[in-house]
Design a protein around this ligand. Structure first.
Ligand SMILES: *Cc1c(COP(=O)(O)O)cnc(C)c1O
Length: 249
């Protein structure tokens, strides 16, 4: 188990390095985030004990279950799943430092309320639906600038950039198109010069498409399967929840 995880991490780091070299970027520009849904705290700990510092969950329940076991190991926790407004309190309780999946104004409002009450701030990424798939969460690219403007009015939310889940396709050029949309949006938003908006992070690319994402400017790649192995739940359970009424397996 340990050997597998360490071997996989080395492979991923090589892939990141090669992709950076290919596109003339510094390896240091790309952070590896471990997507740890369904992965036990014990296995996550192996990665954290061997140089990894950034993990993310999709569900508050899993965040909660693993919190005690991981809280004394230095690391940063992001949230990358669909976040219900009634779970905002938990996100703060379990020390999430960045919500990458900000996709609704009511969620931004709720986060701001709680953060204000606790006198805290939080980093957020705005999730954009670049694949135009009905099943995926995220702001329509056409609405992203307006949405960013609105979120920027909440002083407790530090907008650091954008996040997307690319199209699931074996056709690299179609996947690349999604990443280009995100990069272009980032550039447009930077040109708008909106106060309280930093647009340095582009969270895109996963186990299957991280090279393409890095070539298109990713600063965070989110990797699960390629480090921890295949999951038993379909990703649709995590991504379509509440949208297409997919049952919990
Ligand atoms: C699961 C997940 C990932 C990682 O996917 P893999 O294909 O396992 O690397 C990345 N981003 C999000 C939002 C996820 O839910």
């Amino acid at each position: 188990m340990k050997e597998d995880i360490l071997h996989n991490l080395a492979t991923i780091n090589d892939r990141i390095k090669s992709a950076c070299e290919k596109s003339g970027r510094n390896t240091g520009e790309v952070k590896l985030l471990l997507a740890t849904k369904t992965v036990s705290a014990e296995r996550i700990k192996i990665a954290l004990d061997h140089g990894q510092t950034l993990i993310a969950e999709n569900k508050v329940q899993e965040l909660k279950e693993k919190y005690e076991a991981l809280k004394d190991i230095p690391h940063e926790n992001h949230f990358i799943g669909h976040l219900q407004t009634n779970k905002v309190k938990d996100i703060l309780k379990y020390n999430v430092t960045c919500v990458q999946s900000l996709d609704r104004l009511d969620l931004a409002e709720k986060l701001h309320q709680r953060l204000s009450a606790e006198n805290r701030t939080m980093e957020v990424l705005i999730q954009v639906n670049t694949s135009n798939e009905e099943s995926k969460f995220g702001i329509d690219p056409a609405d992203a600038i307006e949405f960013t403007r609105k979120v920027s009015t909440f002083p407790t939310l530090k907008i650091k950039g954008l996040m997307t889940i690319g199209l699931f396709s074996a056709e690299t050029e179609k996947v690349r198109k999604c990443f280009k949309i995100l990069k272009n949006l980032q550039q447009e938003i930077i040109r708008e010069n909106i106060p309280n908006v930093e647009m340095t992070e582009l969270s895109m690319g996963m186990s299957g498409d991280l090279e393409t994402a890095i070539e298109e400017g990713a600063t965070i790649v989110r990797v699960g399967t390629a480090v921890f192995g295949a999951r038993i739940y379909p990703d649709s359970y995590y991504w379509d929840e509440g949208k297409n009424n997919i049952e919990k397996p």
